[in-house]
Design a protein around this ligand. Structure first.
Ligand code: ZN
Ligand code: ZN
Length: 451
């Protein structure tokens, strides 16, 4: 039928092909194809219609008591089909079923009378399905089918089915559907044991839980033209949502891969300083902006009344042994403008400030062998003569391939002598890198002053 999923129940009826394709893309991201589509009643109508529309999405189909309009359309369905009709069900007349049987050439066709055999489907459907697979699938021999049949409830066996194996998501989703699925309680225990069986299996089944990398889809000329037309019509910045006027459009930037559009002032505030990733929240596409492009933008603060220093921080990460999953992390801080750093303390245990490791000569870095990412605050002391407050960057070492880098603009207001020596040296300004709000673009600057 329509099932009990959330959302608009008419979708499966109005757009069966698109709807089923979307599900298939999720559970079978490499092949975009499933082994068998199974439908009941209205769901069966969706299976028929989807296969008429998109013949390649499934190798088999199976339906019970299907709704079917204009069955002559089904002549194009070449998949082996399991067709099961209840002769006592006037809502899904068997007369239509006999037509469907005629139009779909490769079929296993069954009629039963629910008045005499009320549990015919429960007792037979799964066996008929295996028989169908057995007859038409060259890779799926009898032993496989038998072992599947015998072990389905007790042990997980993975027959020679294609790569649509991301069952975990479906089970997890079902397990969290308390209110919608009345029978959920009956199967909860069994499903949880299936799930834990998968989780406890060794490496070869890890792919049940990882997202497959989808091959890059090649854009055809028509959709490219369409995309470019849409992009040309866009007058709103994807980051700040402000309207970009015609004059300013030439100064805005269309990022090459994610196609996000950034207005001039957003470019100044974000990629001018950190051109590593797209700043649009949730995107984070890796960027490679040429420096000639970056030179078109200026920092968003005038340097008339303040001094600007650019600090770069981050870490590199390399695997030191394939078996033990241990990594050599090098956390570092560097002054990209004229060096005014006196020393950097690497505080990997912020609860115990005394334990910070102080490095008083460039390169300011700390090497650690660790299994996991770890907290590492950077406490920067400036040249004594400057009498600036210390700067603490609350960093968390990242386990990224190769390296992770960020630039920070440190703004020091020109205040003549107000940064007097009377200030206690332990005062510090904190730049919260780890606590940053992930729903907003990262703030790339900090103001260094005693108030
Ligand atoms: Zn903007
Ligand atoms: Zn983007």
């Amino acid at each position: 039928g329509y099932g009990r999923s959330d959302g608009d129940k008419q979708t499966i009826r109005s757009y069966p092909g698109a709807f089923i394709q979307e599900i298939i893309d999720c559970i079978s991201p490499t092949t975009h194809k499933v082994y068998c589509l199974i439908g009941s009643s209205q769901g069966a109508a969706a299976v028929f219609n989807a296969l008429v529309e998109k013949p390649a999405i499934s190798s088999f189909l199976a339906v019970q008591n299907p709704v079917s309009h204009d069955p002559q359309r089904f002549v194009c369905i070449k998949q082996p089909a399991l067709l099961m009709y209840d002769t006592d069900d006037d809502g899904h007349p068997v007369s239509v079923g006999r037509l469907v049987k005629k139009y779909i050439p490769n079929n296993h066709y069954y009629e039963f009378a629910s008045s005499k055999q009320p549990k015919w489907l429960e007792h037979n459907a799964h066996l008929k399905l295996l028989q169908l697979f057995n007859e038409y699938d060259a890779n799926n021999n009898t032993t496989n089918a038998l072992s599947l049949q015998l072990t389905a409830s007790s042990k997980i066996s993975l027959p020679s089915l294609p790569a649509c194996v991301s069952v975990a998501g479906g089970i997890i989703s079902y397990l969290s559907s308390y209110n919608r699925e009345p029978l959920y309680r009956n199967s909860k225990e069994e499903l949880e044991s299936i799930l834990s069986a998968y989780e406890n299996q060794s490496v070869q089944n890890d792919d049940l839980f990882v997202e497959k990398i989808e091959p890059k889809r090649i854009e055809d000329d028509e959709s490219k033209a369409q995309r470019l037309a849409t992009e040309l019509a866009q007058t709103q910045c994807d980051l700040c949502n402000q309207h970009i006027s015609g004059n300013d459009m030439s100064k805005s930037l269309r990022l090459p891969d994610c196609r996000h559009l950034l207005c001039y002032s957003c470019c100044c505030e974000t990629i001018k300083l950190n051109s590593y990733e797209c700043p649009v929240v949730g995107c984070a596409m890796k960027l490679n902006v040429p420096s000639s492009q970056l030179s078109l933008y200026s920092l968003p603060f005038s340097s008339d009344n303040e001094k600007h220093i650019i600090i770069q921080f981050g870490n590199s990460c390399k695997s030191i042994s394939s078996s033990s999953q241990r990594y050599e992390y090098t956390a570092y801080v560097e002054c990209k403008t004229t060096n005014v750093i006196d020393s950097v303390s690497f505080d990997i245990n912020p609860g115990y400030p005394k334990s910070a490791i102080r490095v008083s000569k460039a390169p300011y870095e700390l090497v650690r062998i660790m299994n996991l990412e770890f907290t590492c605050h950077f406490i920067i002391q400036w040249n004594k003569a400057l009498n600036w407050p210390k700067l603490r960057i609350t960093y968390h070492v990242q386990n990224k391939q190769d390296s992770f880098t960020r630039n920070l603009l440190v703004r020091i207001p020109n205040q003549d002598n107000t940064m007097a020596k009377s200030h206690k040296t332990r005062e510090e300004v904190v730049y919260n890198w780890t606590d940053r709000d992930r729903t907003k673009p990262n703030i790339n600057y900090v103001v260094l002053s005693y108030d």
